[in-house]
Write a protein that binds this ligand. Sequence first.
Ligand code: ADP
Length: 258
Amino acid sequence: TQQAVMQQERLRALGQMASGIAHDINNAISPVALYTEALLEREPALSERGRGYLQTIARAIEDVAETVARMREFYREREPQLELRPVRLDEIARQVIELTRVRWSDMPQQRGAVIDLVTDFAPGLPGVLGIESELREALTNLVFNAVDAMPAGGRLLLRTRRLDGEPARAALEVVDTGVGMDEDTRRRCLEPFFTTKGERGTGLGLAMVYGVAQRHDAGIEIDSAPGAGTTLRLVFPVPAARPAEAAAPPAEARPARR
Ligand code: ADP
C-alpha cells in the first residue's frame, strides 16, 4: 500500500543517514580509543586517579561504539549473496530464548520481578523462506521489548501457529502481559526513532523488525491495549509444499530486493 511504500522510503533514507553518521562517529572515536588504550597499557607512571579517569573514558567509548553498531544494524540492505532459505520458526525461537536468557531470566529476578517464559510451538508447522540471522535479530528485539514492558514481571509467551486460508501462512507471536500500548503508541511504534522509553530507548528496535519483515514478505500485526499486554505477530507466507517450488518461488512471490 501507499503508506507502506512511504514508510519504506523513509526508512531507507534514515538508514542511509544513520550509516553515514555511524561511519563519521567511528572515525572520530577510533584515535580516542587507541590512545586511551595506549596510555592505560604503556604508561606505568600514571597516577591512580589518572588511571581511573582513563578507565571511565574507555568505558564511555565502548558505549558509543555499541550505539554506533546498533545504528548500523537498524536498517541494513540484505547482502545480495544472502539467499532466502527454508527456516523453522520454532528453531529461531529456541535460539533466541538462549540468546536473550539473561534479560528475562536473571536480570528481572534481581529486581524482584519474575518473568515466566512459556512456549507453544505448532507441531508440523512448515518452514518459511528467510534469513536466520535477521529473524533472530528481529525476534531478539521483540523479546527485549516484551521484557521492558513487564518491569514488575509477568508472562512471556513465544508461539508459532499456522493460519489457515489461501494461501496458508505461518505466524510467530510474542505475547506479553506487560503495560500495553495506547492507540497512538500502537499506531506509531514502527516508526524509526519513536520511543516512549525516554533516554533508555532508541526507537529503532521495531523499525528494524519492520525492515526484516519487509524483506521476508511478512506482515506485522499488533494487538495491544493499556494494561492488557501486547501481542506482536509476524505473519509469513508459507511456500508451496512441492519441494521444487519451495526452493525457488516464482519471481513475483519473492520479497523485493533493494
Ligand atoms: P525502543 O524499545 O527503543 O523504545 P522500539 O522501536 O523497539 O524502540 O519500540 C518503540 C515503542 O513501542 C516503545 O518505546 C514502546 O512504547 C512501544 N512498544 C514496543 N513493544 C512493546 C511492548 N511489547 N509492550 C508495550 N509497548 C511496546
